[in-house]
Design a protein around this ligand. Structure first.
Ligand SMILES: Cc1ncc(COP(=O)(O)O)c(C=O)c1O
Length: 514
């Protein structure tokens, strides 16, 4: 190695004693940048830790430890008896571009797949779990941390080596058994663990189903209005989404059969329509099954919050009526525990399991094994059932509080749908001409999340109002939140909604919101 003299450059090190970063970090950063930027050449001797400390007024230990880190990272190397030098070969370290540089960048990747199907994915803004009335979020303030932590600690103490390697694409056996048991007890579904595929939330279930059962360009029925995030998965799979109107009995099967008789798939929410809340009537269920049988089509039943019913008896899932094995059942732990777990499940016909598991493996190998095992034990110990019992009581009370707040604060302005008493959200329709998208944006500025109902529609005919979540909002926060929403509506100029004609999905509205 050539030896260069101590570079005078190192002396440009300027330490900021008021900075949040430690002096040691600043020294390390300085040398890294100087080496990577070529200002300190390979072979250059750096001052001893004693000199560095004295010249810059830092403790010797600070200088020693900074150098140790630089040696460990490969920037500096020591030569016994001669001191420290800039190493000959530098560690490969990508230089992180600044936010400003990224903004200036003119490189625009080409996205042929998205271009082919749609100009851009129509994804709604993500509900913020900290904001009142956020849709679709369970009571995260009641997450069963202590049971979860106890089960996790016990599992980790056992050091299950096999959970650290690659696991079964279909999902951990233990969890699939637990889900099969749970579905029998909670939803009246008789299925075997062999039919269950553990997925990364409903979203992946929709994606895998779309890709397994349909080809790009195939028609698929979606509910109108319906679940925008689910629809985005179909959009990404380049399917032709056909919005089929929903009335108080659920999806209008006759209309669907007129609009797209040969659709491959129908994505439906029979237990609790999303977002309007209706339960699909028995008549419609039978009609839907008949259509699927005659059209050789599939039905994907998204039972996202079927566990929550606060009065009356719920109808069993559509899956339980299916004799021809046309229904795939999709469940999620997002509503019964937390969306951040990213765990859900598909129940598929036994003959299709291998194909689905192969697709899952090709996509992301499998769901995280340790989390699956914790969840399996959580269910086996009866903790999920107990948690659900507690949450039903809590949500019934939070729902009541939201209805009272709407009645007290928004009478004549918003009309809430009171039935069925179910789920984690309700719909409040606007009774005056106002732009729900603009009002929602205004409400967000006041830190209230009120999803605009019109954005749940794909076609031109849109109702206006808000989809309001109550599960993650404390009772005492309901009235203030509704008051803010009322203020936001009042501050928004009345305006007619844009109405693009056509039956294809209109994805422009979310972008107006974003
Ligand atoms: C209709 C519907 N399906 C499914 C889900 C759950 O999605 P995931 O399991 O991907 O979190 C939601 C959540 O908001 C939903 O509204």
């Amino acid at each position: 190695m050539v030896s260069r003299p101590i570079s005078p450059l190192w002396n440009s090190l300027a330490l900021d004693r008021a900075a949040a970063r430690s002096l040691q970090d600043q020294i390390v950063e300085y040398f890294r940048a100087a080496v990577l930027g070529g200002r300190l050449k390979a072979g250059t001797r750096v001052p001893s830790s004693r000199v560095l400390a004295a010249d810059h007024g830092v403790a010797r230990i600070t200088a020693v430890q900074a150098y140790e880190r630089l040696v460990a990272e490969g920037y500096l190397a020591s030569r016994p008896g001669s001191g420290l030098f800039v190493a000959e070969s530098q560690p490969e370290r990508p230089v992180r571009p600044s936010a400003a540089a990224l903004r200036r960048s003119r490189v625009r990747p080409r996205l042929p797949a998205l271009k082919r199907s749609v100009p851009a994915l129509a994804m709604p803004p993500r509900p913020d779990e900290r904001l009142p009335l956020s849709t679709g979020i369970p009571a995260l303030d009641h997450f069963p941390w202590s049971d979860w932590a106890r089960i996790t600690a016990r599992l980790h103490r056992d050091r299950p080596l096999d959970a650290l390697g690659h696991g079964d694409p279909q999902g951990e056996r233990e969890l699939r058994e637990a889900i099969a048991q749970y579905l029998g007890a909670a939803r009246g579904i008789a299925c075997a663990a062999e039919q269950i595929l553990v997925v990364a939330g409903s979203q992946q279930g929709i994606d895998l189903t779309a890709r397994a059962l349909a080809r790009p360009g195939d028609a698929i029925w979606i509910e109108e209005p319906g679940y925008p995030i689910g629809r985005a998965a179909l959009q990404a799979a380049a399917l032709e989404r056909v919005p089929v109107p929903v009335d108080s009995e659920g999806i209008d099967v006759a209309a669907g059969a007129r609009l797209a008789p040969a659709a491959r798939l129908a994505l439906v929410t029979p237990s609790h329509h999303y977002p309007l809340g209706f339960t699909m009537s028995l008549r419609r269920r039978l009609a839907l099954l008949d259509w699927a049988e005659s059209a050789n089509a599939w039905i994907l039943e998204d039972d996202y919050d079927g566990e929550y019913r606060y009065s009356g008896r719920p109808l069993a899932p559509l899956y339980t009526l299916d004799r021809g094995h046309r229904v795939l059942y999709l469940g999620t732990f997002s509503k019964v525990l937390a969306p951040g777990l990213r765990l859900g499940y598909l129940v598929v016909p036994a003959g299709a399991v291998d194909a689905f598991a192969a697709l899952k493996a090709a996509s992301d190998r499998h769901a995280p094994s340790l989390t699956q095992r914790v969840l399996a034990r959580f269910i086996e110990e009866g903790r999920l059932a107990a948690h659900l019992r507690r949450m039903r009581v809590l949500y019934a009370s939070r729902r009541r509080a939201l209805l009272d707040a709407l009645e007290g604060e928004a009478a004549g302005l918003l009309r809430a749908s009171g039935t069925p008493e179910a789920g984690l959200h309700l719909v409040a329709r606007l009774m005056v001409p106002a732009d729900d998208v603009a009002a929602s944006r205004r409400a967000l500025e006041k830190r209230v999340f009120a999803a605009p109902l019109s954005t749940y529609y794909a076609g031109a005919q849109r109702e206006r109002g808000f989809v309001l979540g109550f599960a993650n909002t404390r009772e005492d926060r309901m009235a203030p939140a509704v008051r803010h929403l009322v203020g936001a509506i009042a501050e928004t100029k009345p305006r007619t909604l844009s109405s693009k004609a056509g039956t294809r999905e209109n994805s422009g509205t979310w972008r107006r919101m974003a």
